[in-house]
Design a protein. Sequence first.
Length: 327
Amino acid sequence: MPRTALRVRRWAAIAVLGGLLAGCGTTGGESGAAAEPAAGAGPRTSTEVRPIKAATEITDAKGVTVSLEKPPQKIVCLVALCDDILVELGMTPTATNSAVLAHPEFLGKEKAAKVPVVPGGFLSPEVEAILSHRPDLVIGLEDTHGKLAPALKGATTFWPVQPGSWKDSVGYLRDLAALTGRTKEGEQAEKTFRARLAKAEEARSDKTALIIFGSDENFGVATPETDVAAGLFPKISHYPWKSRGIDGSYSLEEILARDVDVLFVETLSFGAPDGKLSDKLAKNPLWSRIPAVKNGKVIEVDSEVWAKGRGTRSLGVVLDEATAALR
């Protein structure tokens, strides 16, 4: 896969997305535990939600401490997880560089178009543009935006996040709910997500699923160790895919040998859209022999949500779409 595509996916999931495939940093126990196909389901997810207390200082699961004088009102999002959490809390980013807000389960295209976009894109957001919004808090991906910290210091508070599993995402939701004082909204969002996951686990499918991503024939496989959304799949299906590092992936021959029943495809665009990944892969004669292809179970999904979102709202959409396809 081209270097640009890999960097983007790591961010997204990511990130994904974002060169994001293997470097998005997975320290959460859930993502690593899902690697083995037989043992991937793990214990049933609890639907209990602990109360969230408002706070002016939190220390997240990665050991990062965020201290503010008062609840932040103006928050700039440099990673889609931030946008996801704010929408869950009933808030809107002051500015963003993510397109996830346009999804109908978020703000929708009309409202999302009113949110200022930070120039420079995901990989190189412009510091001056960020500060022009006079943010109380800026949230970015640690391994991508951590380099901005020195330039932001003294003008605002920067919070580097690095989700590796859905449990990390829930933790960040709870932390931001505490900082903003939106504790009830945070508890409800967590409860809704946990209920969705528990319901999906109860109806766990015995079908073999696969998520692939890319912009051309050099596709990648989303694995539980490197992708938050993929980390959910061993709980809801047979998902026999393990990470091979940033330089290794799976061939169509290997995928064909696994008898994939349902195939989810994330087309990552760089510049103007130039077609679906599934259409490009269809040029390979092996593609038509995959069971999912033969049976019409190839599903192009929204990469903004599946690959880049990584918050409880995005993951809820993933669960709903995945379980419907896996029935």
